[in-house]
Design a protein around this ligand. Sequence first.
Ligand code: C5P
Length: 217
Amino acid sequence: MIVAIDGPSGTGKSSTSKAVAAQLGLSYLDTGAQYRAITWWMVHNGIDLGDPGAIAAAAGKPEILSGTDPAAPTITVDGTDVAGPIRTQEVTSKVSAVSAVPEVRTRITELQRSIARSAETGIVVEGRDIGTTVLPDADLKIFLTASAEARAARRSGELKGADVNATREALIRRDAADSSRKTSPLAKAADAVEVDTTELTLQQVIECVVTLVEEKR
Ligand code: C5P
């Protein structure tokens, strides 16, 4: 059972994916964390992020490992735990420039496919291009959406009091960059089920996705 969950930032993808995987005994992969991890490594190593050629040349260098237990997902770069550093404002504001580079996408996509192939009990994979590009044969594809206001309110709540307007502008900018890049942009697969989470609680979204998975089993 492979479940692909895509959608823009702040739609509840991570919380939903983790909870659904835990409830159904599936593995869990946060593909955004992998793009954040490679971005963190590039910042840490002084790669010029204004130069796609420099990003491409460095794309194969760091070793990125993802732990897929939904109760305790992990992410390391060259053996360093980067779960905290990849959530900083600096990485968040730079990740779209790195994730748009085709060499980065090829590298990370291969990693994602190999993790999904080796997940014996099945896996929930969340991201932006899982249903369209990474795992087009997924058993179930879900595309989560929500209004920009709802997404910004959730994100600023997570960031403990961050300004809602500034968060909203940053989200819209990142979604626009992710949706307009040439290589595997953020997009709903033609055969994905769209779930608008604007008016739903997290628990309702989880229940909705669990029901959809059970119908496919
Ligand atoms: O999901 P999260 O907000 O952590 O993703 C961070 C960034 O990683 C996104 O803004 C996007 O640039 C990139 N990403 C991607 N493809 C994915 C997952 C994330 O390009 N499948």
